[in-house]
Design a binder for this molecule. Structure first.
Ligand SMILES: [Zn+2]
Length: 301
């Protein structure tokens, strides 16, 4: 459109100047000068048009959603407008040997259940990792948070844990920027109501570890087969670089034993994943094993 309009605009501009030409020689010079002006203007229009197209392409390729793996079962999800959620912020050095990073910000903090490795505010004597005025969501319901639509689905903690609070576990479904995500928390294997509630989820954060602490490998396979997420992100496994010994945390395996059973595991050399349209358009389920955030460090003791 700019390409079509600009030369016309330039020609219109040249007409009155040419009509004021006092002599033929001077007129000829003016015509050359005006022609040169017109060429410059046209060049400017080409550059302008190119810039507009590049800007439009850049805007179209801009990730709608960025997913950041903090560590264990903790994630931060950031929308295009920079509104954000943090899910399952764990308590410092309880069972896990490392601290939750200080100073993280979010428009809401989502908690799946009141265990210290998911709820840093529940553990006695520990200062919650969120500010005093933070919005903290724990229970089923529907919520609007910035660019997010958040749906808490009532679930049940995997056995044999959580009896002390009735095995309560909220599975969070998150709709943002045209992407549908879900965070399993420590929920039990798939049930028919949960399959229905999570239908169409594209990105699934699921607890998987080598000693089947929560879900058996078979339960994990069933969830992948029935929900068919485009991206599966394993979580809730032992981070060997953050733990002081092979014995910690107790009864939690690494991801490698399970990852070896699958051919489609991609090791993402980053703690961030940009959920762009092309990776969500692919066939089948891609499994992304991510790095934990560099903000989480091995304790120096
Ligand atoms: Zn847990």
């Amino acid at each position: 459109m700019w390409f079509l309009l600009c030369p016309i605009y330039a020609k219109k501009d040249s007409v009155p100047l040419r009509s004021n030409t006092p002599s033929l020689d001077r007129g000829a010079r003016l015509v050359i000068s005006l022609h040169s002006r017109w060429l410059k203007l046209r060049k400017f229009c080409f550059i302008l048009m190119g810039s507009v197209l590049i800007a439009a392409a850049g805007w179209a390729g801009e990730p709608a959603v960025t997913l950041e793996f903090i560590a264990h079962a903790a994630f931060r999800v950031v929308a295009e407008d920079r509104s954000s959620l943090i899910i399952d912020p764990y308590a410092d050095r309880v069972w896990l040997s490392y601290d939750f990073p200080a100073g993280l910000e979010a428009d809401a903090w989502l908690i799946s259940h009141p265990h210290y490795d998911h709820d840093g505010g529940d553990y006695r004597g520990k200062k919650p990792p969120w500010p005093v005025d933070a919005r903290v969501l724990r229970y089923p319901g529907e919520f609007e948070v910035g660019a997010f639509r958040v749906i808490g689905i009532q679930g049940l903690h995997a056995e044999p844990y959580g009896e002390e609070f009735g095995r309560f576990n909220t599975v969070w479904r998150i709709e943002v920027g045209g992407v549908s995500l879900a965070h399993w928390g420590d929920n039990e294997p798939l049930t028919a109501p949960m399959a229905k509630a999570l239908a169409g989820v594209e990105v699934l954060m699921l607890p998987v570890d080598g000693v089947e602490h929560l879900l058996s490998f078979a339960a994990v396979e069933e969830i992948i087969e029935r929900l068919e997420p485009k991206i599966l992100i394993p979580m809730h496994y032992r981070h060997p670089d953050l733990e002081p010994s092979a014995e910690t945390p107790k009864n939690l395996g690494e991801i490698d034993r399970w990852a070896a059973t699958r051919k489609d595991v991609v090791r993402v050399e980053d703690h961030r994943l940009e959920l762009e349209a092309d990776i969500l358009a692919r066939e089948g389920t891609a499994i992304y094993v991510m790095l934990h955030s560099p903000l989480v460090e091995a304790p120096s003791r």
